[in-house]
Design a binder for this molecule. Structure first.
Ligand SMILES: [Zn+2]
Length: 484
């Protein structure tokens, strides 16, 4: 093999090897989408093969076998393939195996000493588990951008997962700063979708409900308008709620004069590939899909992600956003057009900024407290004109240059003294943050007695607790302003 590793990749390879040497059976490697997980995993595999070991790469979707095989081929990793319609070559020390195929052929091939698994825990958990348990003597290297399960639980042994330890690559902000990923520009334009009544099943919003809310011409029309206004013509992927939704969205983009089409799992490999490469070579503006391209599809030129599927899964939204962050000549940013509050829901306002880096762990999402999410949302501002989410200070929206009314007045008053504006802005932010803290504290009071105790601590009129309590029981959220 003759590929050069980036500095952090060499460092991570070393860390992973150290974990195995220290006796860990299963190591999870976390690296942002676009950071080069396959390169790192291939390097580890190469080292293992040199010491006469057999290595299997588990791939969880049939359609990714060829893609993964090509990626290994580019890295000069020769391998056999275990999947339907491929002739097995069981004597190759490296195998790329489809989870669905392998689970039916357990014990039919010489057992591996190392299994490398890419995102398998997300979608084929049962078959994947079965394989890992069958070859329990093999070391396991899991690679993922988002180490958590659909329900937010972690992947560590202590959470019922498989992994003993985690090696985390550089945070996303560092990869952006060093030019390995494009900086995201987040916009959250409202499209009038009412997401308040969505229910969850197995940790994710019910698809039927999501489709019913989102698949409406007026909502899609609004999304098309925002695309035109913010990044007209930029190669975009629209993440939709169902196959039909994806088709309708593509229809509406076409009707508005854009080149658009949808892809889904029922299409042939060739058809799907053609549509994806049309996006890559500029024949298409917008590719729409419900699921298929949130993982594994590599089109670096994609510069915009249009989020039309509200999801409770941090993992999914990170994968969707990750699709847009690859670097490509002439591309200087990634537009994230979030029409479904995914950024807000998962506290991703500062994504790309050092303060927005997610600290992953084997404990899952549990460790990401609401507090830090709230702080992130309070520290950011949304432009009232273009809906960009950005980090103050600065009197202008950094993207469209819009000056907020309050700022315009201020500027006239202080004759362009930006210092003062910043102080004022930070004072406001602090105020909002304190208000949010207060509200959170109130929310944590579960009984009238606790509310009374809080009232006492804050020096409020004792009636406050009763009013608050009664309002809550009547389903109203706030008694603010009555006695405080
Ligand atoms: Zn703006």
């Amino acid at each position: 093999m003759k590929f050069a590793l980036r500095d952090y990749q060499s460092r991570d390879v070393q860390h992973i090897r150290n974990r195995f040497r220290q006796g860990d059976q299963a190591v999870l490697y976390q690296l942002s989408t676009g950071g080069g997980k396959t390169v790192v995993a291939s390097h580890i595999a190469e080292g293992a093969v040199k010491r006469n070991n057999r290595v299997w790469f588990l791939v969880h979707r049939q359609e990714l076998i060829r893609q993964f095989s090509e990626a290994l081929h580019e890295l000069s990793v020769h391998h056999g393939i275990i999947a339907p319609s491929f002739t097995p070559d069981p004597f190759m020390p490296v195998q790329v195996a489809s989870v669905q195929t392998l689970v039916l052929r357990l014990g039919k091939y010489p057992a591996p000493q190392l299994i490398v698994s890419d995102e398998c825990h997300h979608s084929v958990a049962a078959s994947w588990d079965k394989i890992i348990r069958h070859y329990s003597a093999a070391k396991l290297l899991g690679v993922t951008a988002t180490p958590c399960r659909m329900d937010g639980r972690g992947l560590g042994r202590h959470c019922g997962g498989h992994f003993d330890s985690m090696v985390a690559g550089p945070p996303m902000s560092e990869l952006i700063r060093r030019g390995f990923l494009s900086p995201p520009r987040i916009y959250a334009p409202p499209v009038g979708a009412d997401l308040s009544g969505l229910h969850k099943r197995f940790g994710e919003y019910k698809q039927g409900e999501v489709t019913a809310v989102m698949d409406k011409p007026v909502i899609t029309g609004c999304a098309v308008d925002h695309y035109r206004r913010i990044c007209s013509g930029a190669p975009a992927i629209a993440f939709c709620a169902s196959v039909a939704h994806a088709e309708h969205v593509a229809d509406q983009f076409r009707a508005a004069g854009f080149q658009a089409t949808s892809v889904d799992g029922t299409m042939s490999d060739v058809d799907r590939k053609n549509r994806i490469s049309a996006l890559g070579n500029g024949q298409l503006n917008v590719l729409t899909s419900c699921d298929l391209i949130s993982e594994g599809t590599d089109v670096p030129v994609v510069a915009a992600g249009i989020l039309l599927r509200p999801t409770a899964s941090l993992s999914l939204v990170m994968q969707q956003i990750g699709r847009t962050l690859r670097v490509s000549p002439g591309k200087d940013c990634a537009w994230i057009l979030d029409h479904v509050s995914n950024v807000d829901r998962h506290g991703l306002h500062l994504l790309g900024h050092p303060d927005g880096d997610i600290e992953w762990s084997l404990d899952g999402e549990a460790k990401r407290t609401k507090k830090s999410d709230t702080e992130k949302s309070l520290r950011t501002k949304q432009c009232e004109k273009c809906y960009a989410v950005y980090l103050p200070p600065g009197p202008k929206c950094p993207y469209c240059g819009h000056l907020h009314e309050a700022n315009t007045r201020k500027i006239e008053q202080v004759d362009g003294d930006l210092e003062e504006l910043d102080v004022e802005r930070f004072r406001q932010i602090e105020e909002r943050r304190a208000a949010a803290d207060k509200k959170r504290e109130e929310g944590m009071c579960k009984t009238l007695e606790e509310l009374q105790a809080l009232a006492k601590r804050r020096g409020y009129d004792p009636k406050w607790a009763y009013v608050k309590w009664n309002m809550r029981r009547q389903g109203r959220s706030s008694g603010k302003g009555l006695f405080e």
